[in-house]
Design a protein around this ligand. Structure first.
Ligand code: SAH
Ligand code: SF4
Length: 354
């Protein structure tokens, strides 16, 4: 991990109030103590959360003197862009740094009038999935809610466009960092944040069952995706050792409870890996797992990870999977990866900029 102006940042922030850590009430209090009227608090809150400015000078509707005293006593947190790579398909992959020098990646994917962001919830990941570039590197640390939210604001500001959807499919396991992930989702959803509809905010989990249950009880209509990758226990155990303790049977039951409770359709992600989970037997088990349940299956062509022994199955095989699933009444599509030329596709996110 590369330090990002760490000393400079730490020195500059010492003793100052981080505005991102304040509640609305604390904002009013702070401004009152500075002899300012209450509406200033609302204005500043908007700059911090909705507009995501990175300097007090950008708060153009505040008097210059107030901007100067804020700069003296407060900080704006936020992320620092270390690098950005642009794909031929318009996607941009960012390496972003936080105060302590930890870096993560996130991706912006534009299409028509939409802008989707793929955000990270942890720096690295401790789940150790065998086919995933992030998993092989291990966990550095979990991110805070602000650090997750700030990635999306950064992408929004860079494209200069409204973000229409966010998927927590970058680095890390969101349900191993549940509270921060939920905090970020709520702010992304809030009209005082980015105002993105809950259904357009998706969490992808490798299948941490107690958290799936918890998620099903949240009042918002957030979307859930579960990385399945095999409906055969021994195959899944080998591919995804981090969730070995949660059997497929328990996952099946938990997902049944989830759909009963929420009425929402979850997605199962299935990366086709040649010779591992693409056989007829695997397909039959997958059909059994999904048949008569509310779900959508995303067949993903495995993205090549350098040095890995796993390789993608043929395109024809992916089509076979979709056809067979459809024949038993299961909705399935093949998901096209974005940004493969810049290693921004699923499972390729690890700091490979340098
Ligand atoms: N930890 C969460 C979310 C981040 S991974 C999860 O596992 O669901 C985002 C998605 O990329 C998951 O579905 C994951 O299984 C998939 N993925 C990981 N490595 C991949 C690879 N090499 N090719 C294709 N998809 C991959
Ligand atoms: Fe972690 Fe998801 Fe990669 Fe598995 S696939 S190692 S859970 S990021």
């Amino acid at each position: 991990m590369q330090p990002v102006n760490q000393e400079q940042n730490t020195a500059a922030r010492a003793g100052k109030t981080d505005l991102r850590k304040l509640s609305s009430k604390e904002f009013v209090e702070l401004l009152k103590n500075m002899g300012q009227p209450a509406f200033r608090a609302k204005q500043i809150e908007e700059w911090v959360w909705e507009k995501g400015v990175t300097s007090f000078d950008q708060m153009t509707n505040l008097p210059k003197a107030l901007r100067a005293s804020l700069a003296e006593t407060c900080t704006l947190g936020g992320v620092t862009e270390v690098t950005c790579q642009k794909s031929v398909d318009g996607s941009r992959k960012y390496l972003l740094g936080f105060e302590d020098g930890v870096t993560i990646e996130c991706v912006g994917m534009p299409s028509d009038k939409r802008l989707a962001v793929c955000a990270s919830t942890q720096a690295g990941c401790g789940m150790g999935c065998a086919f995933c570039a992030t998993g092989t590197a291990g966990l550095t640390r979990s991110l805070t809610a602000d650090e997750i939210y700030d990635q999306v604001v950064h992408v929004r500001n860079d494209f200069g466009e409204r973000v229409t959807s966010v998927v927590m499919m970058g680095q890390g396991e969101p349900f191993a960092n549940y509270d921060a992930t939920l905090g970020a989702l709520r702010r992304l959803n809030s009209p005082n944040g980015l105002g993105i509809g809950a259904r357009h905010l998706t969490v992808s989990t490798c299948g941490i069952i107690p958290m799936i249950t918890r998620f099903s009880r949240e009042p918002e209509q957030f979307t859930l995706a579960v990385s399945l990758h095999s409906a055969v226990q021994r195959t899944r155990d080998a591919l995804m050792p981090g969730v070995r303790r949660y059997s497929l049977l328990r996952l099946y039951d938990a997902m049944g409870e989830y759909t009963d409770r929420t009425g929402r359709r979850p997605t199962y992600e299935y990366a086709l890996i040649k010779g591992i989970n693409d056989s007829d037997e695997e397909l039959a088990y997958l059909c059994d797992f999904c048949r008569d349940t509310l779900c959508h299956v995303n067949i993903i062509q495995l993205n090549e990870v350098s040095g890995s022994k796993f390789h993608p199955a043929s395109e024809r095989r992916a089509e076979d999977f979709v056809r067979r699933l459809a024949s038993v009444g299961v909705e399935a599509t093949i998901r096209q990866s974005r940004g493969a030329d810049i290693d921004a596709a699923c499972g390729q996110l690890k700091q490979s900029f340098t």
